[in-house]
Design a protein around this ligand. Sequence first.
Ligand SMILES: C[S@@+](CC[C@H](N)C(=O)[O-])C[C@H]1O[C@@H](n2cnc3c(N)ncnc32)[C@H](O)[C@@H]1O
Length: 465
Amino acid sequence: MMRHAVVVLVMFVSLGLDSQVWARKAPGPAASKRVELELAASDLAALKKRAEQYHASLPKPQPLGMDEIVAYEEHKHFVCIVGRAARKDPRGAGSYSLLRRMVLLKPSTLVVDDRITDLPAGKALHWKLRLRPAKAVRGMFDVTTGVARSPVNVSYMIVRPGDVALAPAKKGSGVIVDAMPAVKDGAARVVSILGVGGRQAPSVKSDSRDVPLVLDILNGSLNCKIILPAGVDEAGTIAITGSKGEKILPERLLPSGILPHGPKGVKLLASWDSRYTRKNAAPWDTRRVAVELKKAVEDGTIKPGRAVVLGCGAGTNSIYLASKGFDVTALDIAPTALAMAGARADKAKVSVRWMLVDVTKVPKLKPFDFLFDRGCYHGVRRSNAEEFVTSARRLSRSGSKFLILAGNANEARHYGPPRVKETDIRKDFTSSFDFTWLRTTQFGSDGEKNKGPLMWSILLTRKDK
Ligand SMILES: C[S@@+](CC[C@H](N)C(=O)[O-])C[C@H]1O[C@@H](n2cnc3c(N)ncnc32)[C@H](O)[C@@H]1O
């Protein structure tokens, strides 16, 4: 069978990780379950460095087997990278699409979740992942395999460290995972969990029949729980506990977009997140629906449809929109805010799509009928007005409405939220949006004695262009 294999899909990657997929005639049932694994070592430090050096301006193909990186986060305990690739066989025998999710659990575990789709009908798959060490091979690892059929539209295979000793790797050959997942409806999935960087292989508990896939990984002294989602549009979650069961990272979403990174970016994320981890609620988290939003929905200015909330915080206004029949997607860069928002939505029995996303670098999403922002634009514009408006354009289509509630520069007090001048608001939005209204009001909500600082209520309508 191997001799007749036609190499139709090959991916070369410049920065140390490559994978190859062979499509070939569908083998019999026994052969389709055959899995071969060869695992040597990789240099995690180098891999981590490469990940951390990721920059959008890297020439194509992007590192790590991806054409395009669609989500990225650096965190004290992990690095998460999600990317896509599309490959065509130069000889015309087929093509495939790859969605690759990688989570590096510091210091020594790498999870690679590959979904291969759009495979030619009637072909089996030979999947191979190679991690090349930057310098020398530093150790060897143990693996075991499990094969499972998933109840969803994808067949997948989980490849994880265990108790089968493998031959030592030759110097320079790195880590190779070689597998043949079953293909169902032109799709397959391979999840590999690797011990890398010369460390001991992680111990992993998981029920490979579960979709979403729940992985319990012992990474050094830390217990990491990663939930890999069933759907390609979902992000999954991560939680970390210490050896005595203490919470190190409460369960939170993995990123759906490229988050601010590098030392400054990581600091920015941590600083917003810390506003939601304190005992006292953040001053803006009043749990009251914004009066201007409520009015616009109740008087029919804004009609139910697809809505996106930018910088949604702990979710009050997103939950309100969902309760009014909107199909809501809510974005924020603070994972703890999104976790709080998710819990509140569960309590209110409404469904909202929460996404860990930087509003200045939004992922590709189907345009929305309505955009809402309370308190995000006025802060973000100080460093990134242009990118904020570019995102608003990407998230809207001709005729979409955008309601923004922002600090008002006419406020005389010296404390309170960031303020924006009318001239700046007009400058930011005029080229892409028409102004339906721009009026002065206050941040306070119904039932509050103190009506709070001055606020702009801005209703925009997206222009045709
Ligand atoms: C002042 S709070 C307002 C929160 C919420 N809209 C409310 O009314 O309660 C601003 C929110 O924007 C989020 N944020 C700040 N910069 C962001 C960015 N670049 N991308 C996404 N969210 C951001 C913060 O994490 C925070 O939750």
